[in-house]
Ligand binder design. Structure first.
Ligand code: DX5
Ligand code: ZN
Length: 217
């Protein structure tokens, strides 16, 4: 499965988003973390800013919605032109209906799991989504350490996808760097979010290339 690199702009300079998006033009997606200060104890940006990001980003936009009531709010991000819209399984009331609505609106649908949320209750949902996001840190902040204990869940998610014969991407997000990306890839992830590892580098393009090479093994 192809390696997909989606740098997180959470570690970018929020006063210069257009310039910061330009630094990751060699990536596959721009990962945009939407936090509402309720689902997670942090607040980032919302729909009006994502609408503008979609217009100026050199790469498709991968939104990660760390918000309550995604059933109500997530479709707006698809309507805004986000290529991928990922909602949290813990927050959605009707995840199948929501995933279908996102796809109907032309977006890839993703479902995210916090580190402590098992994948097994959501296996039936895999047939309805394009991606499962296994969080490898507790969502809310950039710059945290990769939780090694999530590796078995990545393996179980990938095994379930293969057993069902599905074409579903497995994304990892949190603490992904040159030091951790190979373990995540070996466990079965193919979509890699990296915030501080990319934006903390003077050479973002070089770092993206390095991560791509390491993940490809
Ligand atoms: C955390 C966000 C991540 C964050 C990752 O809740 O979902 O996307 O930007 O940052 P790093 O790569 O620095 O761990
Ligand atoms: Zn994220």
């Amino acid at each position: 499965m192809d390696v997909v690199i989606s740098p997180s702009i959470l570690s970018a300079d929020f006063t210069n988003l257009e310039r910061e998006l330009g630094r990751i033009s060699s990536a596959d997606f721009a990962h945009v973390d939407v936090m509402d200060n309720h689902f997670v104890p942090n607040l980032t940006l919302g729909l009006p800013v994502v609408e503008r990001i979609v217009q100026v980003s050199p790469v498709p936009v991968d939104t990660h919605l760390m918000i309550e009531d995604p059933d109500r709010w997530a479709p707006g991000f698809a309507e805004a032109g986000a290529a991928s819209v990922t909602f949290h399984a813990e927050a959605a009331q009707a995840p199948v209906r929501l995933a279908r609505e996102l796809r109907r609106l032309g977006a890839r649908a993703g479902v995210a799991l916090r580190p402590a949320t098992p994948v097994e209750p959501f296996l039936d949902l895999l047939a309805e989504v394009d991606m499962v996001l296994v969080m490898t840190v507790e969502p809310g902040f950039g710059g945290q350490s990769f939780i090694e204990g999530t590796l078995p869940k990545i393996r179980r998610a990938r095994a379930a996808i293969e057993a069902a014969g599905l074409d579903v991407w497995v994304q990892v997000d949190g603490g992904v760097s040159a030091a951790t990306i190979e373990r995540a890839a070996h466990a079965g992830a193919n979509v890699f979010v990296a915030g501080s590892a990319v934006y903390g580098s003077d050479d973002a393009a070089g770092r993206i290339e390095e991560l791509r090479t390491l993940a490809a093994g």
